[in-house]
Design a protein around this ligand. Structure first.
Ligand SMILES: Cc1ncc(COP(=O)(O)O)c(C=O)c1O
Length: 384
């Protein structure tokens, strides 16, 4: 029997859930384009990936024009790795750190967990229940989503969680748990994008950092979604008085022009990994992805996009406040979804937004214009 294209596609390519019925054939600026040529104003940017915007010549040309080696094995010297590592660390407010090479966010977080275990020789981790740090078993164990445990089996008791909702309770739970002195690291996003952009108050991080310091527990800041200007600063943690021991990045690191991630640890913490084969990533910092990341950072700097995101974020927040209660910073914004289906209704009207945890999240490109914000908020106002 001749199989239809859809049946074949089902067999050949695994999908965990029904796909969004939209075939993407192109992208440009702040838009993605479907197979009928219809443009959609993109307020997700691949979920915090395309910070620079789509089809940026400066980045595309750097990748296309690259003349270096096709591949470099991780244990060789390669100048562009050193250049990128220095560039990356110099974006941090204190310009101190040692970079580990990764292909994406999950791997960056796995490396962070390994560093923490090697550093203080403890096995337990603490994270926000239901948040997200990646798809590996360790990353899934961190956040303990019931559907995952149902199918993958019960996760180890070494992974502990605190709940969000009431920050006073969350603070108390975290302080008590870390205070026992047997946690290797606490991991969190600075703004929890994966729970719909929840913004912990400063005192949450103050109290958590204090008990972490007292007990030699590390704080891993997952900046995979919030990094690279998304929140109006280079990194989300800069909105707080916060000194993470390890920072993980991916997504906006290349703005989607290369598959790349990194784990940046304080040099004294990174030292714990100085033993044979402590880490190896065949495709971590592939030469083409490195060119994309370098060109992306140069572009974000030249165009001053983190500051632009801050300004546009204030404007977007003001417009949203007319019909909902937005939370967030810069262009990393979430609000409660009053009626299910906002994502679909907005898409039908030419706007891409994302819904998660009964919240709508907005992650437009950092160079989004006022006119586009006006268009998007008008569609949202009519469709939430
Ligand atoms: C905060 C956060 N951490 C980690 C990840 C995993 O990154 P990747 O899909 O690149 O493995 C994601 C992906 O959405 C994320 O949002």
């Amino acid at each position: 029997m001749k199989k239809s294209t859809t049946t074949k596609a089902k067999e050949f390519l695994f999908r965990d859930a029904p796909t969004i019925p939209l075939e993407i054939v192109d992208s440009g600026g702040r838009y993605i384009i479907d197979k009928d040529g219809k443009p959609y104003l993109d307020f997700t940017m691949g979920w915090c990936v395309g910070n620079a915007g789509w089809k940026k010549k400066a980045i595309i040309n750097a990748v296309k024009g690259f003349q270096g080696p096709d591949y470099v094995q991780p244990n060789f010297l390669y100048k562009r790795w050193d250049i990128l590592a220095e560039k990356l660390v110099c974006l941090l407010p204190h310009a101190r750190g040692t970079c580990f090479r990764a292909t994406g966010g999950t791997e960056a977080n796995e490396i962070a967990l390994k560093i923490a275990r090697a550093y203080n020789k403890r096995k337990k981790f603490l994270a926000f229940k239901g948040a997200y740090h990646g798809q590996s078993l360790a990353c899934l164990s961190l956040v303990r989503i019931p559907e995952h445990e149902e199918h993958f089996g019960t996760f180890s008791e070494d992974y502990l969680q605190i709940s969000t909702g009431d920050w006073a309770t969350a603070t108390q739970e975290a302080v008590q748990c870390i205070g026992r002195g047997n946690i290797s690291a606490f991991i969190s996003e600075p703004f929890i994008c994966n729970l719909g952009v929840l913004v912990p108050p400063q005192n949450f991080f103050d109290e958590v950092m204090e008990v972490c310091k007292k007990t030699n527990t590390l704080f891993i800041c997952d900046e995979v979604a919030t990094g690279f200007g998304r929140t109006g600063k280079w990194f989300g943690f800069e909105h707080y008085t916060l000194d993470p021991d390890i920072i993980t990045i991916a997504k906006g690191f290349s703005s989607g022009y290369g598959a790349i991630g990194a784990t940046i640890a304080k040099p004294e913490v990174a030292e714990a990994m100085r033993f044979e084969f402590s880490n190896y990533s065949t495709f971590g910092w592939h030469p083409l992805a490195v060119e994309a990341a370098i060109a992306n950072i140069n572009y974000l700097q030249k165009e001053n996009l983190p500051s632009k995101a801050k300004e546009s974020g204030v404007y977007l927040m003001k417009k949203l406040s007319a019909f909902c209660k937005p939370e967030g910073n810069g262009l990393c914004i979430g609000f409660n979804e009053p009626k299910k289906g906002t994502e679909i209704r907005c898409r039908k009207n030419g706007l891409m937004v994302s819904s998660i945890n009964n919240r709508i999240v907005l992650f437009p490109a950092l160079d989004v214009t006022k006119k586009e914000i006006d268009q998007a908020t008008e569609i949202l106002r009519k469709n939430v």
